[in-house]
Structure formats: structure tokens, C-alpha cells
Design a binder for this molecule. Sequence first.
Ligand code: C2G
Length: 136
Amino acid sequence: MKRIITYGTFDLLHYGHINLLRRAKELGDYLIVGLSTNKFNEIKGKKCYFSYEERKKLLEAIRYVDLVIPEECWEQKIQDIKEYKVDIFVMGNDWEGKFDFLKDYCEVIYLERTPEISTTKIKADLGLNKAPTKSI
Ligand code: C2G
């Protein structure tokens, strides 16, 4: 049983996220997703549209995802890899090289990012980057 782990915010879930999760799962048999909590997103400087619980529900509905765990800090990855007996750590290549220190604990693979889509682009295209409008 080859166990894979990846991490992210996965806000406004889109096909770029799905492409990543599908290819991550194809590398093994069991995919764990470390989902950034609301608090950790503040540390990452990310303002989420969906709450942690809402984002967790969406991820758990994806056939490629076997387990969702909270990602509360940058430093938990080594502990997670040991605790969940992870064989491969996977991230999109916008993180290329950033997690190479994990090679002491498991294989590290960076997968091609889906170029044309991002949560930021969705928000911009929908004009959601402005201050929230008052509900009428
Ligand atoms: N991703 C992708 N293609 C996109 C958008 C995202 O492949 N068009 C990938 C990212 O490379 C990442 C994953 O989907 O591997 C989740 O992306 P985000 O939710 O933006 O996660 P991020 O904020 O990068 O958080 O400790 C790691 C961090 O939690 C990663």
C-alpha cells in the first residue's frame, strides 16, 4: 500500500486542484490531504471564501482523496510523514524545491501545475477581490 500526502488550501475547488489530486493518487494507493486550517491560512496570508469544514467536505467528496487532515503549521510535515507512514510527498511545481528537505523521509515529487486556472483568477474574474459588497 503506497501512501501519498499533499497539502494545500484548496479554496474555491477547481479543475487545477483536481488534476493535482488525480495525478497524486495515480502515484500510489492511498492519498492523504493536509488541508490548511483557517488559522494557518491567515499565517499563509490567504483569505478563504470557504471555511475549513466546507473545504474539507468538498475534498472528502473527491474519489482520489482517502483522508483529509488539518494542516496547522509549516513544520508538521515530517511528523505527518512518520505518523501516516507516507511513501511519497507531492506538491504542484509552484513549490519546486521548497520541500526537498523531506527527501530524508520519503520520495518528493513536484507535479506540473495546471497553468491557466487559480483561485485568485476566479476571484478576479468574478470581481470578488474587491471589498465584500453590502447585502441589499
Ligand atoms: N495547483 C495546481 N494547479 C493549479 C492550482 C493549484 O496544480 N492551477 C496545486 C498547487 O500546486 C498545490 C495544490 O494544487 O499543490 C493546492 O494549491 P493551493 O490550495 O493554492 O495550496 P497552497 O496555498 O499552495 O498551499 O504546506 C503547503 C501549502 O499548504 C500549500
